[in-house]
Design a protein around this ligand. Sequence first.
Ligand code: WAQ
Ligand code: MG
Length: 272
Amino acid sequence: MPIDSLYSVRMRAESGGRHLSGAERIVACNAVDAAVDELIARAGAKSRAPERIIVTIDSLGLATPRRFAALDVITVHAADAETGRAAASRVLQRAGVADAAAAAAMRSLTNGAASSGGNMRGAMIMDSKTGERLEPDRERGVRVTRFDWTDGAREATERVLSEQGLTHVRIREALALATAVAHAPGVVAELCWSDDADYTAGYVASLKTGYVRFPFLKQAGDARGGRAIFVDRSVCDVSELLHHLQSEVVLVDAAGKCARAVDVESYFGRMS
Ligand code: WAQ
Ligand code: MG
């Protein structure tokens, strides 16, 4: 794609002033129509019908995308949310997040990370040593919006993931976001679980560990979820990180590997 023909296409769906869902694509000019159709279909496919769907289309002008290969993926079969969260905390520590910071993130996501106690539209930014909240708007959070797969990498990734039985579109989308976040300056790791009540899986991602999935990071039926991005402020200050997360264009242009699922013991056994 010539770089002057890229567009950012973003959708967000609301009901009663509350955020229901959002998604983002980066596409060439001639693919904007199809992307809009796809995103609107997605907004309508939610269990609650949105009252308002907002689609934003921005030319990316002469912005040069940063290009990265997708993080490698592994699933760690922790049997329930409690063991999943304990294992996820250990992975965060391996990535360089202090115990206290990992615990603070788990607490916030468990209780509803927004200042009003609900879900945020975007991510928390947390100091990787102390767990201090650093995002400027604690109600909304920081939304990473300018990332996507190249067509070839999307197809290759679908193949690699489906060989391990991973066919849900969420996984592919989360993997692109996690890859973009992991490459932002100063980022140590990310923790995520879904805000959809019937989707219990989540992940820890970092350049050091890759994308480590857990089938259960919360109980089924729990509609609280979110993301925490841990930053080392001795490497990058918050304003520069915010700029990267919100404005830099990232294309994931190659698939990573996807390992066979393992249990908790063999995961940590193999890493030590
Ligand atoms: N930028 C920052 N934060 C976001 C973004 C974004 N573009 N999109 C979502 N969030 C935050 C927001 O707080 C949501 O409430 C929360 O993340 C969860 O979003 O391997 O489905 O779209 O099986 O519900 C992860 C596991 C699934 C996938 C994540 O997230 C797997 C998921 P959701
Ligand atoms: Mg969701």
